[in-house]
Each structure stands twice: as structure tokens, then as C-alpha cells.
Design a protein around this ligand. Structure first.
Ligand SMILES: *Cc1c(COP(=O)(O)O)cnc(C)c1O
Length: 480
């Protein structure tokens, strides 16, 4: 075993990992990365097919981002946001507010009147350091805003089935993945969940399985949004209306890459606003171009009251996050010092300079014509290549939104019969992919492909080909 792998085995406890399995084999020790390629301690190269758990945007060792970090490093790495402002954090705040308010209104979904949605302006940024903390900030602010504005004495949140918003206790409270969350239920505050649109397995979808994305052939009457409306109405009757609804716009990530049909988010935002509640958008995964627009909410002409971003914010180079919100929320925390209306919350590395410098450089790259074009081409290639996987009987659903795709594996596509988690179908396929030099992680039986934006078309084809071959290999050796 490599010396570094041995040290890992001796001392490191890995996230979301059954360590007994981990300790059975030599781990891949990453020592460098360039573009889409990761290199391990033995010199073997791999394609980073999930962008290092959904964080990386423009590839590893990007010259512009490296240069921005180095330049900042020569000035200062970190000073505290408690008591001081700093150069890159100020510049980044202005930049983020500008791009977050550049809402393309032209592409409002058909049949929806613009006036029915009162989109707020986002005016202020609260920095933190990862997706979970960005969500904690949004939840605490929404909670206190609902109290101070007189909406509710005991503010309550509504979120989606299968939701994942991070692993800190507040974020877990609005999460609904039993496997991760149930054990800690005694620690959590109570929230409600409501049906998420999961067209492939939706009880209201009367369509038989087809060889296409279930969103495209579904037969339903959008019962899912009707249920959201009913839930809001029922909660109102209790005398304590919901303070806010929390959603991952366009696609739920850790739930299994579950995409929303066109018009869902728009309709839900109208329901939320119609009931005077606030909308919290968790764009930790979907933000910064991942779904085809800078922010996913904007594709449905929706502007949330809270926009949480992290992962890709620094192009995946450094841990930094932000919660954007409105002037109205900010104002609710203003007062004489002695009123103690202050938002008593903060983290040691809030507004970190190196992270902010990386984020600014990443926005430059993101907004360049070159990157925009490359992303469109990559998205198209991914779409074409993924079609080839329909020939495999274990491929049940292929759902792509921009540069994210979830491929749901099933025992038999004609029945949608699921693999039991114990069968480790997704894990086995990903292990076979790693042997082919393509790295990604499954979510249960859903294999994720999320290429960095700088992937060449040939690298994208390699990723999909490795997935196809690995599915064949994994299930051909299985006894029938
Ligand atoms: C990853 C993720 C989080 C949590 O972010 P961390 O940086 O891991 O704390 C929250 N929400 C969504 C949608 C995510 O994908």
C-alpha cells in the first residue's frame, strides 16, 4: 500500500463512508489535478466526472483562478469580518448582487402572467463558509424575520420530500432523507415536508415507462403543485402560516438528481408569495452556471427572498459561501444597540480574502463568451451521448439539467423495479467506472455525471462510454 494511503487508513475518517468497506482496499490518493484530470499518488490519471462532488467549475489548476489566489496571497490571506471590511469581499459582494439581480424576464414560462409573481430585489450578502452554513444563515434570518414582522410567533418551514440542505443541525431539520437524517431526529426542530415532483416515480404520472426522460412523456395534471397549495392552505387554518418554503430550484441534488418539470418552480413561487411566505432557494449545487443559467431560479423567472450559494462559488477552490437576501430582511435587524436586534451569528472565516479573490476570478471566466459557448456545446454533447444509454435494460431514467445528469439504474426498465440499497448497484457501477479512469459517486442507484465546464467533448464522451460499459459489466456477471 502506498505510504499516504496507509496514513489515511491509520488516521482519517471519511464523510458519508462506511469505513469498514473503506479499510478493505487501498484508497486512491489524489496528488494533483489539471483541468478535468486528477492524478493519484501512483501516477494514474482519472477524469473528474462529478467535479469533485459538485464543486469544481472550470477545472483544476486554472491559470486565471490560480493567479487571482496567488495575487491575493501576496497581500493577505485572511482578516476578520468581525470589525473589518476587506477588499475582495467588498468587490465580490457588489458583483454577486449585480449578477443575482440580472433576472432574465424574457423567458417567463408560457401561460404565466408576470404580475402574479412579486420578485424581490436581493440587496445584502451574508458570507459564511459552506453550503450548510449558508442554509443555516437563511433559516435563522427567515425565522427571525417572520417573528419580527409579526407573521408568526413560532415560525415554521416547509421543504420538499427528499430534500438535502447540508449536515449542520438546522440544515438537517429541513432535510428529508431518512437514511441521513432519521438517526438525529431527536436533535432537530420540526418542519413539514411536501411532495417533490419526481416524474419518473410519481404516483400521479399515468404514463408507462418509455425510453426518454420521464418529464417529457409524463401524463398528469400537475397534481404536485396542487398539493403544495393545499399544504399552505391547511397550515394557514392552524393560525400559524408557514414562514418560508425551502427548495432546491430546478433539480434536487442529493435526493437523487430529481429534476422539476418546466413551470413547477414558477407555480410554487406563486403559491408561496400568494400566501405571504418567503422563498428560500438552496442553489448550493445549481448555482453558477450548472443548470444553464447563472442561477437556476432565474430560468423560471423566480427570484427568491434568500439565495444560498457555496460549492461552485469559488470555482470549487476554497470553502466560501454566501446567503443573499432583501433590504426588508436586513432592515428587520436594524435598531439601537440596546434593542439587541443584531444578527448574532458569524463564522471565523467569514468574508475570507482568498476565497473572495477566487470567486471574483471565477465570475470573470463564467461570464466570458468563450466559457458560455463551451458550456452550451458540452451540454449538447452530453445530451446526445446519454441517449446511447437507453439501449441498456438497467437504465430506467436519464435526467439532465444543463451540465448535471442523473442516470437511475433499475432491475428492469419496463417495470421500474428498484435495486435494494443493499445491492450497492450504484457503488458497483462507479467502482467499474474508476477502473476505466472515470471518477464519480452514486446516490443510491443513481449515477451522477457532472463534468467540469472545461471538459472537452471527447472527455465528455469518455465519461458516458465508461458509464455504459460499467453498467454492462456490472450486470452481465450477475446471476439471473
Ligand atoms: C452540498 C449541498 C449542501 C451542503 O453544502 P456543504 O458545503 O457540503 O455544507 C446544501 N445544499 C445542497 C443543494 C447541496 O448540494
Amino acid at each position: 500500500m502506498h505510504k499516504l494511503a496507509q496514513l489515511d487508513h491509520d488516521y482519517v475518517w471519511h464523510p458519508f463512508t462506511q469505513m469498514r468497506d473503506w479499510l478493505k482496499q487501498e484508497p486512491i490518493v489524489i496528488t494533483s489535478g489539471h483541468g478535468v484530470v486528477l492524478k493519484d499518488a501512483r501516477g494514474k490519471e482519472y477524469l473528474d466526472a462529478n467535479s469533485s462532488i459538485w464543486t469544481n467549475l472550470h477545472g483544476h489548476n486554472h491559470p486565471k483562478i490560480n493567479a487571482a489566489i496567488k495575487k491575493q496571497l501576496g497581500k493577505i490571506s485572511h482578516s476578520s469580518a468581525l470589525g473589518f471590511a476587506n477588499e475582495p469581499a467588498s468587490l465580490l459582494a457588489q458583483r454577486l448582487i449585480t449578477v443575482a439581480n440580472a433576472l432574465p424576464s424574457a423567458n417567463a414560462p408560457r401561460g404565466s402572467s408576470k404580475s402574479s409573481l412579486l420578485n424581490p430585489k436581493l440587496s445584502k450578502i451574508f458570507y459564511s463558509d459552506d453550503g450548510s452554513t449558508a442554509m443555516e444563515v437563511a433559516l435563522k434570518l427567515a425565522y427571525e424575520y417572520a417573528r419580527r414582522s409579526g407573521r408568526s410567533k413560532k415560525p415554521k418551514f416547509l421543504s420538499l420530500e427528499g430534500a438535502y440542505h447540508g449536515d449542520t443541525v438546522g440544515a438537517v431539520s429541513v432535510g428529508h432523507i431518512d437514511l441521513f437524517h432519521k438517526a438525529y431526529s431527536g436533535l432537530l426542530f420540526q418542519t413539514d415536508k411536501v411532495m417533490a415532483p419526481y416524474c419518473y416515480r410519481c404516483p400521479f404520472n399515468r404514463a408507462k415507462p418509455e425510453r426518454a426522460d420521464a418529464r417529457d412523456y409524463r401524463k398528469c395534471n400537475f397534481e404536485c403543485t396542487g398539493i403544495v397549495e393545499e399544504q399552505f392552505a391547511a397550515q394557514k387554518k392552524t393560525g400559524n402560516p408557514y414562514a418560508a418554503m425551502v427548495v432546491e430550484p430546478l433539480m434536487q441534488g442529493a435526493a437523487g438528481m430529481i429534476p422539476q418539470p418546466t413551470g413547477w418552480l414558477r407555480r410554487v413561487a406563486e403559491i408561496v408569495r400568494g400566501h405571504g411566505a418567503q422563498l428560500v432557494a438552496d442553489e448550493v449545487m445549481t448555482g453558477f452556471g450548472r443548470t444553464g443559467s447563472l442561477f437556476a431560479s432565474h430560468q423560471e423567472s423566480v427570484q427568491p427572498d434568500f439565495l444560498a450559494v457555496a460549492k461552485g462559488m469559488t470555482a470549487g477552490y476554497l470553502p466560501m459561501a454566501a446567503t443573499l437576501t432583501t433590504q426588508a430582511v436586513f432592515d428587520a435587524f436594524l435598531g439601537d444597540y440596546s434593542e439587541f436586534k443584531t444578527f448574532f451569528h458569524g463564522h471565523s472565516f467569514t468574508g475570507n480574502q482568498l476565497g473572495a479573490a477566487a470567486a471574483l476570478a471565477s465570475l470573470d471566466v463564467l461570464e466570458s463568451k468563450q466559457s458560455l459557448l463551451a458550456r452550451q456545446r458540452l451540454e449538447e454533447t452530453l445530451r446526445v451521448e446519454l441517449q446511447k444509454l437507453w439501449s441498456l435494460p438497467q437504465v430506467g431514467d436519464i435526467r439532465q439539467v444543463g451540465l448535471v445528469a442523473g442516470i437511475e439504474l433499475v432491475k428492469d426498465w419496463t417495470t421500474r423495479e428498484q435495486f435494494h440499497l443493499r445491492e450497492r448497484a450504484g457503488i458497483r457501477v462507479c467502482e467499474a467506472m474508476a477502473k476505466r479512469g472515470v471518477l464519480t459517486r452514486p446516490i443510491g442507484s443513481v449515477v451522477v455525471l457532472m463534468p467540469p465546464y472545461c471538459s472537452t467533448l471527447s472527455q465528455a464522451r469518455t465519461m458516458v462510454r465508461a458509464l455504459g460499459e460499467s453498467i454492462q459489466e456490472t450486470f452481465s456477471t450477475q446471476k439471473r
